[in-house]
Design a protein around this ligand. Structure first.
Ligand SMILES: [Zn+2]
Length: 235
């Protein structure tokens, strides 16, 4: 999924971008504290994982070796590979998993949703980023991969999905995707990296990556068309 236009990456916000983000009421802020982080290599550290809406991004990283203590196996999984589904076990935190199962169940009439990726370990992300940085350079690695601790998949609150056996990176083109877009907030999920928010999230559009944030925050983000950065920036 290499796209020509690299919108993501780790460079610090420029002065103009900061001014624009402030003018929009948006600034990278979590728990009421403005981020002092300069770039991907110098992040602020996430302190608490109790609020399901807590922010993890290229400026707020999980501590080294972080692992949630309430991971559960996801029932509706399908690891999409060249040969179709296999049933490798995937994990989410308890609350996110139960919300995901509810969404899968009520979506059934419209879409058959399956998880293709859930929790990933700190070390998995470290290897992924390091391999790419060694092969293609740091800029490339930062544009396409989160550094260790900066991946939402490490939180156990993010899930990549597909439905009706469509290729996961094209699901936005298929009938039924609208049901997901319109309903996921009622189960506590948001589309974490929406189109046209790349400058705020620092990630390219990902139609398949959902983040559990709880019903209240999900509803607010849905109604105001906010990313999680914008949500925290407005608290
Ligand atoms: Zn993802």
């Amino acid at each position: 999924m290499i796209c020509a236009l690299v919108l993501s990456g780790c460079g610090p916000y420029s002065k103009a971008e900061k001014a624009q983000l402030r003018a929009d009421g948006v600034y990278l802020r979590a728990g009421g504290v403005y981020s002092q982080a300069k770039d991907c290599a110098h992040t602020d550290s996430v302190k608490k994982d109790t609020d399901p809406a807590y922010l993890v991004n290229k400026f707020y990283a999980l501590p080294k070796g972080y692992e949630p203590n309430d991971l559960e196996s996801i029932a509706s999984v399908c690891t999409v590979g060249d040969t179709g589904c296999n049933s490798d076990e995937l994990y989410l935190r308890k609350e996110a998993n139960s919300a995901f199962q509810k969404m899968v169940k009520s979506g059934k009439k419209h879409v058959k949703i399956v998880a293709i990726s859930g929790y990933r370990t700190y070390d998995y992300q470290l290897n992924l980023w390091t391999t790419n940085a060694q092969t293609y350079g740091q800029d490339y690695a930062d544009a396409y991969f989160a550094r260790a601790g900066q991946s939402e998949h490490n939180t156990g609150l993010a899930v990549d999905i597909t439905f009706n056996d469509h290729p996961f990176n094209e699901i936005e083109n298929y009938k039924g995707y609208n049901w997901i877009l319109k309903n996921m907030h009622t189960y506590g999920f948001i589309l974490r990296y929406p189109k046209e928010k790349e400058k705020v999230t620092r990630y390219n559009y990902e139609s398949w990556h959902l983040r559990y944030v709880g019903k209240k925050v999900a509803k607010t983000c849905f109604e105001k068309n906010w990313t999680l950065e914008e949500y925290w920036g407005n608290q």
